[in-house]
Design a protein around this ligand. Structure first.
Ligand SMILES: [Zn+2]
Length: 633
């Protein structure tokens, strides 16, 4: 996205499922474990002054309206002002949101966050005329202006991107109606959100530990990992049983969202809902379809994984209910924050000294808010402001997954740092399609670093299992979602009705196919049919596939950089670092191509599957060794 309400925040997928943290009081935490928001505004009073100044400048934009056709100087003046204000808005928003996240209960920061959000709405209204007005100018003329005006260079992508949208942009009056309809289009997702977050009467079950648990989606994702099989069965039946009673309602909310996607597709003249969604970031729809085909071709690798899981759990029949229990539970790694910092820096050494030194400086100058404190927002994310520096929020509890989260968020932060350092503001933010590459790349380096240093088989199995589970849930599960999402959109495009019942039928068929139910690899019970009903991502309009493509790209890239590091060469690393410095100066597919992965081919996918198989080879070797009886004396 080249211009959106600016606060780009990369929320960690993994951290969303972490359990409640052990919280202390913020005032008792040493400064070195807290981020320094003073780099954005020295005081709250300075923020208020900045906010008033922004509000006062906003009306200046209207003075440029109706003048863009006059020539490149007018275009330049307008875009300069717009991006200036945009940057100021990002500083105001990040400060207010971050301050509020330190303690979500505090009233004043919450008010500040709200007024920043209001400013963002006002800004987007005040700039909504710019693109439509640019499109009234002959594209050849605009391109001539770009070529002949060196000062327009930073805005070239913005202008090209505007022209690219021309065939799918409507008349001013139609755009106005479309914007009004946009309000209605969110209804399906909103009703689903209220139902699933608040109103659905989730069941309460008593576990073998004696604990009573109300199974909302968070509790379900925690307890599907329970060691006791009977508990997992109970949790599975109760959770999906209760969802199933709302199958019809959930079907209606999803059908409403799909109708909205089809409405957009029709009025903007796209051939399919998929084309319309992928057009936004200029991703060729072939990339999506190829991911599905690649995963299908690789289902034997998933089935090999399931057989390995069956062996490690020691069960007669593997069932879907057995997929989330950790493969190794005897290993409990713990890290202090300083230790995690040192490990992260060491693990990222294959990226070179410039990268690790910049990150070390970032750690030393308080980019990171490490520890859980009372009232602090849960989870983890990375954000940042151009001209200042990245910020990352963690809830670090010392577990291995917290170490992983530090490496992950540091990947986002360094991507921000490098792109902001190398790009002019209009192209400094990177596209969503590449964002999760930088973060999962670092996770990959970390786990291989840890593996190289693991001393005993149990720790090795734990780490290999973690690597493997990450590949399973991201490559296969997210693609399974992507396949379902495409299938129900196509069903609607053919004019077939979308009901809860037929969505469940479709979902179960795909899930059984993936998990090899008919081949007796993993048993998938009828009740799983309704799993789609609690996944909010199906309302995001073809979003989830990017989790899989990012993992494919990062696994393939990290493998190449690790291999290369052994030879002392740096070509692959340098190409990757160049991508991290390129922001959105090119489209995502081209950025990745320059870094050495062509997402329009199967090569990166095959490299990721090779990594998955290599991981399983290693685990098999350890398990075989352990299974051998000790030699007799
Ligand atoms: Zn992330």
């Amino acid at each position: 996205m080249l211009l959106a309400a600016r606060t780009l925040v990369w929320v960690s997928l993994m951290a969303m499922t972490t359990s409640a943290a052990l919280a202390g009081e913020r005032k008792d935490i040493p400064d070195k474990y807290k981020w320094n928001l003073g780099d954005l505004f020295p005081t709250e009073a300075a923020w208020t002054k900045g906010k008033d100044a922004f509000a006062a400048r906003l009306p200046e934009l209207a003075k440029h309206k109706g003048r863009l056709g006059k020539g490149p100087d007018e275009v330049l003046a307008t875009l300069r002002l717009m991006f200036d204000l945009d940057l100021e808005l990002s500083r105001l928003s990040v400060y207010a949101a971050s301050l509020s996240d330190e303690d979500v209960r505090a009233a004043r920061p919450r008010e500040m966050k709200q007024s920043a959000e209001e400013l963002a709405t006002a800004f987007s209204a005040a700039t909504s005329w710019v693109r439509p007005e640019l499109l009234t100018v002959d594209p050849a003329k605009v391109r001539k202006w770009i070529a002949g005006t060196p000062k327009l260079a930073p805005y070239r992508m913005y202008l090209e991107e505007t022209l690219r949208r021309k065939p799918h942009t409507l008349s001013a009056a139609e755009e106005h109606v479309a914007a009004e309809a946009g309000e209605l289009e969110r209804a399906g997702g909103e009703v689903h959100g209220v139902l699933s977050n608040a109103d659905l009467p989730y069941p309460t079950v008593k576990l073998s530990t004696g604990e009573s648990v109300r199974l909302d989606p968070q509790a379900y994702s925690l307890h599907r990992q329970d060691r006791a099989r009977a508990d997992r069965d109970k949790v599975f039946s109760a959770f999906f049983g209760s969802l199933a009673t709302y199958e019809r309602t959930m079907g209606a909310t999803l059908a409403a969202a799909v109708k909205a996607h089809l409405f957009d597709k029709r009025i903007r003249h796209f051939d399919s809902a998929l084309d319309a969604a992928l057009f936004q970031d200029n991703i060729p729809p072939a990339v999506y379809k190829q991911l599905l085909a690649d995963v299908h071709r690789s289902l034997p690798t998933l089935h090999r994984y399931l057989a390995l899981r069956k062996r490690m759990l020691g069960v007669d029949t593997l069932r879907y209910q057995d997929l989330y229990v950790p493969l190794v539970s005897s290993v409990d790694l713990h890290f202090a924050p300083d230790e995690a910092r040192t490990i992260t820096l060491d693990a990222l050494a294959p990226l070179g000294k410039d990268y690790t030194e910049a990150l070390r400086k970032g750690f030393d100058s308080r980019w990171t808010d490490y520890l859980p404190t009372t009232g602090k927002r849960s989870g983890a994310y990375s954000t940042g402001v151009y001209g200042v520096h990245p910020y990352q929020l963690l809830n670090f509890n010392g577990r291995y997954e917290d170490l992983t989260t530090l490496a992950h968020e540091s990947g986002h932060s360094m991507h921000t740092f490098l792109s902001h350092g190398a790009q002019p503001y209009p192209t400094a933010d990177y596209p969503i399609f590449v964002a999760e590459v930088a973060s999962t790349f670092n996770e990959n380096l970390l786990i291989h670093y840890m593996l190289d240093r693991a001393k005993d088989d149990a720790t090795k199995l734990f780490l290999l299992g973690t690597l493997l589970d990450g590949l399973r849930t991201t490559l296969f599960r997210q693609t399974q979602f992507a396949e379902f999402e495409l299938a129900f959109h196509e069903q609607a495009e053919r004019g077939e009705p979308l009901t809860g019942e037929n969505l469940s039928k479709l979902y179960l068929k795909i899930a059984r196919d993936y998990y090899g139910h008919d081949k007796k690899v993993c048993q998938v019970e009828d009740l799983l049919a309704v799993e789609w009903a609690y996944v909010p991502h199906f309302y995001y309009d073809f979003y989830v596939y990017q989790y899989a493509t990012s993992m494919v790209a990062s696994t393939s890239l990290a493998r190449a950089v690790r291999e290369e590091a052994k030879t002392g060469k740096t070509a692959r690393r340098d190409a990757y670092l160049k991508m991290l410095s390129s922001g959105s100066s090119k489209y995502a597919i081209d950025l990745l191509k320059d870094a050495g992965v062509d997402m329009t081919t199967s090569a990166p996918f095959d490299a990721a599957i090779a990594e998955m198989n290599a991981t399983m080879d290693e685990m098999d070797r350890i398990l075989d060794r352990q299974a051998k009886p000790a030699p007799k004396r």
